[in-house]
Ligand binder design. Structure first.
Ligand SMILES: NC(=O)c1ccc[n+]([C@@H]2O[C@H](COP(=O)([O-])OP(=O)(O)OC[C@H]3O[C@@H](n4cnc5c(N)ncnc54)[C@H](OP(=O)(O)O)[C@@H]3O)[C@@H](O)[C@H]2O)c1
Length: 264
């Protein structure tokens, strides 16, 4: 039996993956904000063991509490699936002073991967960001925030996180994964008309969550041997790892440590 932790497991792709693994009889820890959504999910599962950890993953303190709670609840984690998402079209700072996209899509993922030390990570951050996507002197995008800039920054940061893990003692295999266009809740601060547009597009063109989950689970059942790899659905994406990339990965990791362990 495997133990699987899924952030954003209350909705969309994460929810479909939670159901997939529960129906296969596994132990699944869902991390999200809505207990009501979790209870509806657990009621629909036919097997397995479901746990819920409520948390706002935009906060560093909450991510650390999640690591402690999950470890106490289930011990070692086999697979960590990172699906928590909330698209911010405006610049919002968390109570801890981090830009929201940076906090939820990067810091949270870095803290959970390094805190839980799972055997395998599926990080649903779309691979292939621009190499110069991180403004080193303005990680919180206080100048020149745009949705696209924040999105590229977090995607590049997740690529560098995988590269950092690959330089370390090993033990965790990290897969960056784009699920393609999935018919999900597309959580975010979209206006009414933009949301209607996304919902219609997703209904017409999006992959049903259960189908996207089956595809992701097939990859997790037979993952690449390398410590860091990337996929766009079934297609392997080559990221490359130049000396400059490795140096930037170590730079980012040092910055991440100083932001999350300011007295460490
Ligand atoms: N859908 C697509 O077409 C698509 C395309 C490319 C990549 N992806 C990636 O695939 C992953 C899953 O996306 P999705 O569209 O399936 O997600 P989704 O349906 O929008 O669901 C988002 C999930 O994130 C959770 N969440 C949001 N803010 C949170 C917070 N502050 N703390 C804790 N949990 C939070 C939500 O939990 P609550 O509802 O409980 O708050 C929900 O379970 C994401 O990483 C996304 O970037 C999706």
């Amino acid at each position: 039996m495997a133990t699987i932790v899924i952030t954003g497991g209350t909705d969309g792709l994460g929810r479909a993956l939670a159901l997939h693994y529960l129906d296969a009889g596994q132990t699944v820890v869902v991390v999200g904000r809505s207990r009501a959504k979790f209870e509806a999910l657990a009621a629909g599962a036919v097997a397995g063991t479901a746990h819920f950890v409520a948390a706002d993953l935009t906060l560093v303190a909450e991510n650390k509490r999640v690591v402690e709670t999950v470890t106490r609840l289930v011990g070692a984690v086999d697979v960590l699936i990172l699906c928590a998402a909330y698209a911010r079209w405006d610049r919002v700072e968390t109570a801890e002073g981090f830009e929201h996209t940076f906090a939820l899509y990067y810091l949270s993922r870095a803290l959970l991967v390094t805190g839980l030390r799972p055997g395998l990570v599926l990080n649903t951050s779309v691979p292939g960001a621009a190499r110069d996507a991180i403004p080193h002197d303005d990680l919180q995008l206080r100048e020149g925030f745009a949705f696209k800039t924040a999105n590229q920054l977090s995607r590049r940061a997740n690529e560098l996180l995988g590269l950092h893990l690959a330089q370390g003692p090993g033990g965790t295999r990290h897969i960056l994964y784009s699920p393609g266009f999935v018919r999900s809740s597309h959580a975010g601060s979209l206006g009414r008309f933009a949301r209607l547009g996304v919902t219609v597009m997703a209904a017409l063109l999006g992959t049903p969550p259960a189908k996207a989950a089956a595809r992701a689970a097939a990859l997790l059942a037979d993952p690449p041997a390398e410590p860091h790899s990337a996929f766009d659905r079934d297609r392997r994406v080559e990221l490359g790892a130049s000396a400059e990339d490795v140096a930037e990965a170590e730079w980012l990791w040092t910055r991440t440590r100083s932001l999350t362990e300011p007295h460490g």
